[in-house]
Design a protein around this ligand. Structure first.
Ligand code: SF4
Length: 431
């Protein structure tokens, strides 16, 4: 059944970058901070708890953004840094140890505790990595304590996931150099999407597959020189770097969005495992066909519509590629908070000639460009959406792209519908 090669061919490195000209901007930015990632990560790793070490502002952000505090036993919370901590009148480490001890005594279901840094914890230079080591010593083997930063000082909201997964990489067990080749899917996906991908890879004959993050922290996947990994999300630069340091090799591919992206992403692994063309076609063709039909339903509404992306989620480039190539939308500007040229190389090669890319943000200048262009649809963060709507522009919240299952063949129609919906709403309002 299995067509897995015992030794894998070395994956091809991304070729010379054929990236279009990129407008680099530095200035005021309008983005959420990395704490936001907790909203989807706490659902994914089901025995983990995310303890934000932050201020009341951080707690409010999480409660209003997540809106899930109605759970009797939430899997995240905030250890509030009070004014006396900020003034150095109390030992913040002692306070933190007390909060953690109380939490873990009350919640024996927690097996992995993340101490999540914030702007306030960074400002008072609270060393959370030392705190995590100290607490890990105290609570291992029952609870592993790790730390990462979700601070908004220099990051954008999806980087919270990158920081979280990067904190997990040193904890992964080592796989020996003579281990059978294995594939790791890297990046949090909705469970339903993850299950679809696992089924597809199994059908292709790959049977050693793992996921990072796992659903339970006790199932951390092993990593070693025979690990190949596919990034499921485009914002995992640091996680990928650390996996490579541990010997794993990234399979270069576009991201699994839309029919084309999903096909190429699956194919990257199929080629590494030397799966025959015929088998690949047999496994993927029915789902490809369903996805084509599902997306075609929205082509009439979206074709020719002009779209402008403000930088926010780092999903902008793969989604722009999908909208341009599979739905014939016109890209006016595609902004991204950060452009990882190597990870994005396959995506950039698929973008239409001459598309305007921008990296970073100078929000006032970008708003001016958006106003001048008067796009049919503007993809932006929540903070910009209302003012732009008031000016008569139709907007789409980019954060929805992270909360909605959009990867894979079965979700391609839903992804198209996310962009058609605001246009339909506008038409109804105009009638
Ligand atoms: S981490 Fe910083 S940006 Fe995020 S909510 Fe807290 S104070 Fe605000």
């Amino acid at each position: 059944m299995s067509q897995v090669a015992t030794t894998l061919p070395t994956p091809s490195k991304a070729g010379a970058c054929s990236a279009p000209e990129v407008l680099r901007e530095r200035g005021q930015r309008e983005v959420f901070c990395g704490l936001t990632g907790i909203i989807w990560l706490h659902r994914k790793i089901q025995d983990a708890f995310f303890l934000i070490v932050g201020s009341r502002t951080c707690a409010h952000l999480m409660q209003s953004a997540a809106g899930v505090m109605i759970f009797a036993e939430p899997r995240f919370g905030t250890a509030i840094i009070e004014e006396r901590d900020l003034a150095g009148m109390a030992d913040a480490n002692d306070e933190l140890d007390k909060v953690v001890s109380r939490l873990l005594a009350r919640r024996p279901d927690i097996k992995l505790l993340f101490l999540v840094g914030s702007c306030p914890s960074e400002v008072i230079k609270l060393d959370l990595s030392r705190a995590a080591q100290r607490l890990s010593k105290q609570f291992m083997p029952d609870v592993r304590v790790l730390n990462y930063s979700g601070s908004g000082i220099e990051t954008t909201f999806t980087q919270g996931e990158d920081m979280c997964l990067a904190a997990l990489v040193p904890e992964l067990p080592a796989e020996t150099s003579d281990a059978e080749p294995s594939l790791m899917l890297v990046g949090a996906l909705a469970d339903v999407v993850e299950d679809q991908f696992l089924r597809s890879f199994k059908a292709l004959g790959l049977d050693r597959i793992s996921v990072l993050p796992p659903r339970r922290s006790t199932d951390l996947p092993a990593v070693g020189p025979n690990t190949r990994f596919l990034l499921c999300q485009p914002f995992l630069g640091e996680t990928a770097r650390l996996l490579e340091e541990r010997g794993a090799q990234r399979l270069a591919a576009p991201f699994p969005l839309g029919v084309e992206g999903t096909t190429a992403w699956l194919k990257a692994a199929a080629d590494a495992w030397q799966v025959s063309e015929q088998r690949f076609r047999e496994v993927t063709a029915p789902a490809q066909q369903r996805a084509r039909i599902a997306t075609a339903r929205y082509r009439d509404q979206l074709a020719g519509q002009r779209i402008f992306f403000f930088p926010d989620s780092q999903l902008e480039i793969p989604i722009a590629r999908f909208l341009a190539r599979e739905l014939d939308m016109q890209l006016i500007e595609v902004g991204t908070p950060y452009l990882h040229r190597q990870h994005m190389s396959e995506e950039l090669a698929l973008l239409p000639e001459g598309v305007q890319l921008s990296e970073g943000q100078h929000v006032d200048r970008q708003i001016d460009r958006c106003r001048a262009a008067q796009p049919d649809l503007t993809v932006c963060g929540l903070g910009l959406a209302n003012p732009l709507e008031q000016e008569g522009l139709t907007t789409k919240w980019s954060i929805e792209l992270v909360f909605t299952p959009i990867q894979g063949f079965e979700q391609a129609g839903d992804l198209a519908e996310l962009f058609a919906r605001p246009l339909v709403r506008r038409t109804k309002l105009e009638v």
